[in-house]
Design a protein around this ligand. Structure first.
Ligand code: FES
Length: 110
């Protein structure tokens, strides 16, 4: 199982354990996070699974591929921050990402 730590904008931490191979978006759904409505169901079409990667995890997660639909969609997001923005539905949780920390956005930025 992979532990995922979500940090709300008020600094509340929500921790959830999910099987390896799930996505960050699926982990957020498992935790019933209202900040991640994921309205397209993981098709990389809605942007409502937008999260910020904690600085300590950027290197482990690796850089986003700038020629992907994920990057194109992110650039239209109000809260887009180059280098730390990711779409949760496009990030698969591997063993290397066990205990990852991700920050949730204010709903107004989704
Ligand atoms: Fe819609 Fe990720 S769930 S873009």
């Amino acid at each position: 199982m992979i532990t995922v730590n979500f940090i709300r904008t008020n600094n509340e931490k929500v921790q959830v354990k999910v099987p390896a191979g799930w996505t960050v978006m699926e982990a957020a759904r498992e935790a019933n996070l209202e900040e991640i409505p994921a309205t397209c169901g993981g098709c990389c079409a809605c942007g409502t699974c937008h999260v910020y990667v904690n600085n300590a995890w950027i290197d482990k997660l690796g850089e986003i591929d700038y020629n992907t639909p994920e990057q194109e969609l992110l650039e239209y997001e109000k809260g887009y921050k180059k280098g730390i923005s990711r779409l949760g539905c496009q990030v698969m949780l591997t063993k290397e990402l066990d205990n990852i920390t991700l920050h949730l956005l204010d709903n107004e930025l989704l």
